[in-house]
Design a protein around this ligand. Structure first.
Ligand SMILES: [Zn+2]
Length: 66
């Protein structure tokens, strides 16, 4: 599996649409989540919390403006 690094133009926090690489389920993740996010379908880790921007493990499909 290839991990994609997608540059997000805005430095501010955003909601990201992330697709699980294991089962394809799409989940909306807050870019600066303070908890680890797991796929609700298969349990695969999708986003790992860090000090600031979360470490996205799945495939980022895009950012949702709020
Ligand atoms: Zn999954």
């Amino acid at each position: 599996m290839k991990r994609q690094n997608i540059m997000i133009p805005k430095p501010r926090s955003a909601f990201l649409s992330v697709q699980c690489e294991k089962c394809g389920e799409k989940t909306v993740i807050f870019s600066h989540t303070t908890t680890n996010i797991n796929c609700k379908s298969c349990g695969e880790l999708l986003a790992e919390r860090s000090g600031s921007l979360a470490n996205i493990k799945g495939k980022t499909l895009g950012a949702l403006d709020q």
